[in-house]
Ligand binder design. Sequence first.
Ligand SMILES: Cc1cc2nc3c(=O)[nH]c(=O)nc-3n(C[C@H](O)[C@H](O)[C@H](O)COP(=O)(O)OP(=O)(O)OC[C@H]3O[C@@H](n4cnc5c(N)ncnc54)[C@H](O)[C@@H]3O)c2cc1C
Length: 295
Amino acid sequence: MIENSLERNGIQVVSGSGSFHDAKTIIVEKDGVATRFTGEKIVIATGTRPRRAPEFDFDGFTIFDSDTILEMKFQPRTLLVIGAGVIGVEYASIFARTGVRVTLYDARPDLLKSIDKEMVSALTKQFAKSGMKLRLGWTLHSVETVPGETGRAWRADATYTKDDEAITEKFDAVLVCQGRTGNFEKLGLDRVGLKPDDRGSLKVNKNYQTSVPNIYAVGDIIGARLLRHRRPSKGDWRHCMPLPVPTLVFQRRFRMAFIRSRRFPQSACKRKSLKLKVCSTSSVRPRTPNSLAAK
Ligand SMILES: Cc1cc2nc3c(=O)[nH]c(=O)nc-3n(C[C@H](O)[C@H](O)[C@H](O)COP(=O)(O)OP(=O)(O)OC[C@H]3O[C@@H](n4cnc5c(N)ncnc54)[C@H](O)[C@@H]3O)c2cc1C
């Protein structure tokens, strides 16, 4: 459907791995065949992949990242999720729902940095109530894969400390969610004089222009907030959206839009003479499929 729509709009779709030859030429390689494309202006939208810290052995059997977890071949009994950001919290919630005993770890004392504190506190209580173990504010020292005693061939032992306490826990699987980094290695950015920053993102100006004037970059590759609904649709989203866009974090009980405190829309509402209704978290009720169908 999407390909048809692109075709109808006169967009040629080419598949393969693209890289810069020079600032106006892209070489696309597929099955050993290289094809050259030229353009006055070029837009980079190659997205990101999970950041893989070297201390973890991502074997795809016991230790996973947020991409390889989708290819997991078994249902773990216990899962350690490392990183309580948006992706870690989403996956922890999904696995807990399927009956997996989930431990959610973060070195910070809170979940979901930069999201409204009241919402985070309500969510933290819900997680604890549902049986999820939260190891927040602990220091993780090591995650080692060792032969499993029963059931699985391998398991992971995680060792952490807090104050004077040190513990080692055993897990069937570990999911590491420690941010994402840009897909730029294959692009040959050096051939056009572009360099990603140390977070793996490309810097752009307010018109999404990189430091090479005819090369633009959009989407996750430019870092900041990595969210699909914040991607520019008709040019710069800030010029088309009337209000700040709420951040969505999908949860088992709360299907809610978290509004980040730093972007709290009160001032934006005032500026635009709009009324703002603030609901307390206790008024947010989980909606069952039946209640949705009844609407
Ligand atoms: C687990 C997870 C949960 C998420 N949840 C949400 C959510 O709840 N709400 C939300 O709004 N967003 C969510 N996101 C974020 C959302 O998926 C991204 O913001 C969005 O996909 C970014 O779009 P993009 O076009 O920049 O990159 P992508 O969607 O990653 O697309 C990049 C494309 O470029 C291709 N590519 C890379 N290098 C090359 C090359 N050299 N040549 C040719 N092609 C190349 C890739 O194969 C890929 O197809 C989530 C992301 C993850 C990982």
